[in-house]
Write a protein that binds this ligand. Structure first.
Ligand code: 3SL
Ligand code: MG
Length: 251
């Protein structure tokens, strides 16, 4: 591979400054393991036609007003957005991968707004390639990167609120681990850190991820608790969402 830099952006502070950087030779893989990018991956695997990541509730509602067939999805505080919060519609779906069932999403366009995941994805807009990452499509991500041979590769961790998130670092580390034979020489210190944390925990990933702040939050909500284990499955949904120039995501 010709890749000159394998970098991991660990926190929102780092990806918020991406707009100041020329990303025309950079591929980004965005990880919001819990849960936005895992949920998008499941929706696409179950036949969703297109996902529109929205930074705000208002942006998602405007997309629905333009296309009444469009599904509204997303969360605030982990929970589905209500009409009280949106001052408009009750959203059709939350941000659980287990909600993205074939019968609800097949052939549909989905506008989604989440706390960190959609924000991280939008921060990468303008990159040569933006891929939707998760444990659910990990081996497919490796193959895609080997096939496209990017000049620079940024693994972007969505984080929780303004801080780094352990589960996203584990996801980025798992991809570093798969790419290590090809990219060790190009790895930055943060890529070495992520790879090391992943390798230290690879035999007890669910246990490690369950200690993360957002995992503990989800585990405390009975109807969302199973999402943590669901999102830590490996290679169950081998499709990759790709951001188009208009910001929409398709496979
Ligand atoms: O921050 C996000 O984008 C969400 O994925 C967080 S949650 O898992 O839905 O609470
Ligand atoms: Mg998250």
């Amino acid at each position: 591979m010709n890749c000159s830099e394998l970098n991991v952006l660990l926190s929102p502070f780092e990806y918020e400054s991406l707009s100041n950087i020329n990303l025309s030779q950079t591929s980004c893989v965005v990880f919001d393991v819990l849960r936005a990018t895992s949920t998008m991956t499941v929706a696409l695997a179950n036949g969703a036609k297109e996902i529109i990541p929205c930074e705000s509730i208002e942006e998602a509602i405007a997309a629905r007003e333009a296309d009444p067939e469009l599904i509204l999805a997303g969360e605030r505080g982990g929970k589905r957005i209500t009409s009280k919060l949106s001052n408009s519609f009750d959203f059709d779906l939350g941000n659980s991968p287990r909600e993205m069932k074939h019968e609800f999403v097949f052939g549909k366009r989905i506008a989604t707004t989440t706390t960190n995941g959609t924000r991280a994805i939008k921060a990468c807009q303008g990159a040569q390639q933006v891929l939707i990452g998760s444990f659910l499509n990990m081996s497919a991500l490796k193959q895609k990167i080997l096939d496209t041979n990017p000049e620079r590769l940024f693994l972007v961790c969505a984080g929780t609120a303004e801080k780094m998130a352990l589960e996203d670092t584990l996801g980025a580390g798992a991809l570093c681990d798969l790419l290590w034979p090809n990219l060790e020489k190009a790895a930055t210190d943060s890529a070495r850190l992520a790879c090391g944390i992943y390798r230290k925990n690879d035999m007890k990933l669910l246990e490690a991820a369950s200690e993360a702040k957002n995992a503990r939050h989800l585990l405390s909500i009975p109807e969302l608790a199973q999402d943590v284990e669901f999102c830590m499955q490996r290679d169950t949904h081998p499709v990759i969402g790709l951001m188009n120039t208009d910001g929409s995501i398709t496979i």
